[in-house]
Design a protein around this ligand. Structure first.
Ligand code: MRU
Length: 369
């Protein structure tokens, strides 16, 4: 997608100096910073400290991490060390394990002398594939938005298709396009009027800081709302559709996503509003059925007690919003049971959120799990 009118990815290999670079998302929307990822330790820090985040981008970054690690030590021990270091960064998004398994599976049979160039080529392949997967989710998801627009027109209802989204499942969470936002960007390109309600998404405010920045950058009509406003808006007919992303979806269609997603699904169900999840296939964990078996990341309480923002003098800083001594809890994800999900938008089409639905679209993956 574009930054100041210029096409950009979130992570890329700079051909000029053969260095992997990424957008350091911690500074958005106030500062646009690009950083180098010179070694595996820096890549691991970039994932754990959320310079990069979002399930697909975590996987894409880990693939580059292995490639960078192979340049320093391409032995079997080096490969295993990279895998372990990167795997320990964040527990919930299964794309991390998927990308590391892809890289290790591809590199292990090769002699160490061939691994470094092969690893970089494979990482680039995984990154390019992510872009295509996200583009195709947009192509399929567009039809949901088009149908709602047509139905509204037939019913004589004026105005855009109002879509609510949670967290950042935008291009910043992937290599490009985004998952939940890809149908939205495709709808805008198709000339369908849309308006997006962007949940701020406490504690880290990925909606306020990242999704809103994306919407501004692509001139998508939107309104930033506090997390607790969604239910009220749904009760008053202001929301036509909810689309969110996911960090891990089970083979039976239970969806784990940013904390607060479950509450939006409950409110959507209570108000008869379709609730879709944009799901790239590397985010499916074919090894489990029950969403409550997914490990939920517990992050630093400081993300709850403090918020980042821009001060009046333009500096970006953190302020504390609670008493010094309040105990803090910070579960980063929750599970929305499949029964609350209207459909899963994948790169192969839209599946019912069920074991049969996913297996019908991905018979090759479901059977090999
Ligand atoms: O903690 P984050 O910012 O990595 O969480 C991101 C999300 O929860 C996204 O909704 C999810 O990864 C889907 S991204 C396309």
């Amino acid at each position: 997608m574009k930054v100041n009118g210029t096409p950009h990815r979130t992570i890329w290999l700079d051909p000029e100096n053969a260095t992997v670079k990424c957008i350091d998302q911690r500074w958005l929307p106030h500062q646009f910073r690009i950083v180098d990822l010179p070694d595996v330790e820096t890549v691991a820090r970039a994932i754990a400290d959320m310079w990069v985040r979002g399930a697909p981008l975590i996987g894409a970054t880990a693939a580059f991490g292995v490639a960078i690690g192979m340049q320093a030590d391409a032995s079997d021990e080096g490969l295993e060390g990279c895998y372990k270091t990167l795997y320990a960064t964040r527990p919930t998004a299964v794309n991390l394990r998927w990308a590391l398994d892809e890289m290790r599976g591809y590199l292990t049979p090769l002699p160490p002398s061939e691994r470094a160039p092969a690893a970089m080529a494979k990482a680039i392949e995984i990154n390019d594939a992510d872009v295509e997967i996200c583009r195709m989710m947009g192509v399929h998801g567009l039809e949901i938005i088009r149908k709602i627009a047509n139905d509204k027109a037939k019913a004589g209802k004026s105005g855009p298709v109002n879509i609510l989204t949670h967290c950042n499942a935008g291009w910043l969470a992937t290599v490009d396009w985004g998952t939940a936002t890809s149908p939205i960007y495709h709808a805008v390109e198709a000339g369908i009027p849309v308006h997006v309600f962007v949940d701020e998404t406490r504690p880290r405010n990925q909606g306020a800081q990242l999704t809103a920045w994306e919407m501004v950058g692509h001139s998508v009509p939107h309104t930033l709302i506090v997390d607790n406003a969604g239910g009220h808006l749904m009760q008053h007919g202001a929301v036509d559709l909810v689309i969110v992303g996911t960090d891990r979806t089970t083979a039976a269609g239970d969806v784990c996503n940013k904390i607060g997603t479950y509450l939006k699904a409950l409110a959507a169900r209570d108000n008869n509003i379709p609730f879709y999840v944009a799901l790239p296939s590397p985010t499916i964990d074919w090894t489990i059925d029950n969403g409550f078996d997914i490990p939920i990341e517990e992050r630093d309480g400081r993300e709850v007690s403090h918020v980042w923002g821009k001060l009046a003098d333009g500096t970006v800083s953190q302020v504390q919003i609670c008493p010094d001594d309040s105990p803090l809890g910070n579960p980063a994800f929750d599970v929305t049971p499949a029964r609350l999900v209207t459909g899963l938008i994948t790169e192969r089409g839209i599946a019912p959120a069920s074991k049969q639905g996913l297996a019908a679209l991905f018979p090759d993956r479901a059977s090999s799990a």
